[in-house]
Design a protein. Structure first.
Length: 381
């Protein structure tokens, strides 16, 4: 008597199992979301890097649509074509401009908050340097997008930069010639459009490095929780608040912080009375102009970002020391100083305004090079 074993048809793997066997990073992403690894009661501002990343994706998508219709030899005319003849082109362009405004607002807020809570101390020094590098690259990408408007002010900004670059020699001169392609001409806007797109994509690499450095510097939580469902609602609320702010700027303040003279087309025979850049470029342009000479603006801009990146080593407080009250006050004063510098430059050229801008710019360097080492050393005693 023989016994037979009945076997049914082989069960086909589910779709999720089929995807996981061929794309393991999907399963790792699910595991990272569901496994406990985050500390409890994170503040809402801890999600600023995630919101910045989301805005970068939005700007990349809207910029891709604009790049399809943008013609570098006729920059201003092509933007007018997008506004008037492309279906919903005016809305896409306004969304792109508003996204840039909100993005830089979040970047300034993130840097200011990290200075207040001293997240750059200890293992957070590399994350801070990556954050400053990301901010510097965004400033360059923002300026490239600004000159692509080819307006009355932005065209002169590009022309002045290309002309000044011709005075550089040796290695800086070679880099400037490669970047601008020589004096400002018909092909310059085309080069700027290429660099705007390429460096905009390179920002995502810096964002990934920043995220990895932040995760490596974060201490192990005592009672970890999972991203979902513990923080899902918090991220959703932060995204809704950001969307509301975005909508307010897009539909009620679409030209916030922009020079109204830049709405006119460029004219080589007419120099605008006020050469004020967008609000997010005003602080770095004012700090760059503090040093005179051929290399002065270049050295000033590099120094302004270098002292910001060197903050972990300028802070002389003991490792693990909580933020001191006096240093927090000086950080608030620095924030007001940068705000006053932007408002002063945005008000237009004047003898009093130029003197005040020089004082505000000098206080910026004084804060990092003198006050930060001195005050933090006094607080650590």
């Amino acid at each position: 008597m023989s016994s037979t074993t009945k076997t049914g048809p082989a069960r086909e793997p589910s779709r999720s199992a089929w995807v996981d066997s061929r794309l393991p990073f999907v399963q790792r992403w699910r595991t990272g979301i569901a496994m406990p690894g985050l500390p409890r009661e994170l503040p809402y501002l801890d999600w600023l890097p995630a919101l910045i990343t989301g805005l970068l994706v939005f700007l990349a998508a809207s910029g891709l649509v604009l790049a399809v219709y943008y013609q570098a030899p006729h920059g201003y005319a092509s933007l007018q074509f997008i506004d008037r003849d492309v279906h919903q082109g005016w809305l896409i362009r306004d969304f792109h401009a508003t996204g840039t405004t909100v993005l830089f607002g979040l970047c300034y807020l993130m840097l200011f908050r990290n200075m207040l809570i001293r997240s750059y101390r200890g293992a957070g020094d590399l994350a801070w340097v990556c954050g400053v590098a990301q901010f510097a690259l965004l400033l360059l990408v923002g300026w490239l997008g600004y000159v692509l408007i080819d307006g009355a002010v932005s065209a002169w900004s590009l022309r002045n930069a290309a002309t000044a670059a011709q005075n550089f020699s040796n290695i800086p001169g070679a880099i400037a010639t490669w970047f601008f392609g020589g004096p400002d001409g018909p092909g310059t806007l085309g080069r700027m459009a290429v660099f705007h797109a390429a460096l905009g994509l390179a920002v995502f690499g810096i964002v990934a490095l920043h995220r990895a450095a932040r995760r490596a510097a974060a201490p192990a939580p005592v009672r970890p929780v999972a991203m979902h469902p513990y923080y899902t609602a918090q991220v959703f609320v932060a995204a809704i608040v950001l969307a509301l702010i975005f909508v307010v700027f897009a539909f009620f303040l679409p030209h916030f912080g922009q020079n109204p003279l830049n709405a006119a087309p460029a004219d080589r025979l007419v120099v605008p009375l006020a050469m004020t850049p967008p609000w997010y470029l005003i602080p770095i342009s004012a700090l760059a102009g503090i040093i005179p000479g051929t290399y002065g603006p270049l050295i000033g801009g590099i120094l302004a970002l270098a002292v910001l990146a060197a903050l972990p080593w300028l802070d002389r407080a003991a490792p693990g020391a909580p933020p001191g009250g006096r240093m927090r006050i000086f950080v608030w004063i620095l924030g007001l100083d940068v705000l006053a510098l932007g408002l002063d430059v945005a008000a237009g050229p004047s003898p009093v305004g130029s003197a005040l801008a020089l004082v505000f710019a000098a206080w910026y360097f004084l804060h990092f090079l003198v006050l930060t080492p001195l005050v933090t050393a006094m607080e650590s005693k």
